[in-house]
Design a protein around this ligand. Structure first.
Ligand code: PGA
Length: 256
């Protein structure tokens, strides 16, 4: 039985003054409180770098893990504007996103940089949520399988020997921030394909244990149906994670 994951991606939103209220409201709205919920599933918030330390101080007692939204593939050096794995670990951060489509689209993230980031992060003991997903143009020209396979392949190359700490997220680019989520059937089809790809490359036990999250306009209206699918193990949630009440609903549904 795979433990579910509900991960919020705050992107470039929120400030320090909002943190206490956010986590106390979230704690209040989650059935039985966050600490009990976090015994049964992983609740993660990927905050901006500037909020991570403070958010970690507040949320770690509640069982919520704080994640980075990106990380560099070198430990140190002349990389202006970047943050490395040891820097995250030093702040008590044990999770990071890698390869989000906004990083791929706006910051020239490639399959190669994703592979390098996944590799250093996992080797250094960080847990990784690595993202894949096709654009609308790719879906409309029947390239979804090919694109996702290429992206998953790069991630698995980086994860070789360390896949226990790897979580994948299928995030169709056309569904992110658009309010147009994939249907549960569309998402399940791609999740099943991803699990098959993992099986071919990393073996059946890795395929059955790896968690694959859905992301792209997941909200309180569609979460139940999405999470009812056999290969969907949770969500990576942008907009709906910014509102504690809405995010709590997703956690409550995942708790069952
Ligand atoms: P969204 O974002 O839930 O706002 O669509 C998801 C993501 O980008 O991870």
């Amino acid at each position: 039985m795979r433990k579910k994951v509900i991960a919020g991606n705050w992107k470039m939103n929120k400030g320090r003054s909002e943190l206490e209220l956010y986590f106390s409201q979230l704690n209040r709205e989650v059935n039985g409180g966050l600490a009990a919920a976090c015994d049964r599933l992983d609740v993660i918030c990927a905050t901006p770098y500037t909020l991570m330390s403070r958010a970690h101080d507040i949320s770690s007692v509640l069982g919520v893990a704080i994640a980075a939204q990106n990380v560099h593939w070198e430990n140190q050096g002349a990389f202006t504007g970047e943050v490395s794995v040891p820097m995250l670990l030093e702040c008590g951060i044990h999770w990071t996103l890698v390869g989000h489509s906004e990083r791929r689209q706006y910051f020239a993230e490639s399959d190669l940089t994703v592979e390098k980031k996944v590799s250093i992060a996992l080797k250094s003991g960080l847990k990784v949520i690595a993202c894949v997903g096709e654009t609308l143009r790719e879906r409309e020209s029947d390239q979804t399988g090919e694109v996702v396979a290429r992206q998953v392949d790069a991630i698995l190359s980086g994860a070789e020997g360390h896949s226990a700490d790897l979580t994948l997220a299928y995030e169709p680019v056309w569904a992110i921030g658009t309010g147009l989520a994939a249907t549960a059937a569309q998402a399940q089809e791609v999740h099943e394909l991803i699990r098959e790809l993992v099986g071919k490359r990393a073996g059946p036990s890795c395929a059955s244990s790896i968690r694959i999250l859905y992301g792209g306009s997941m909200n309180s209206a569609n979460v139940s149906e999405l999470l009812s699918k056999p290969d969907i193990d949770g969500g990576l949630i942008g907009g709906a994670s910014l509102k504690p009440k809405e995010f709590a609903t997703l956690i409550n549904v995942a708790l069952g």
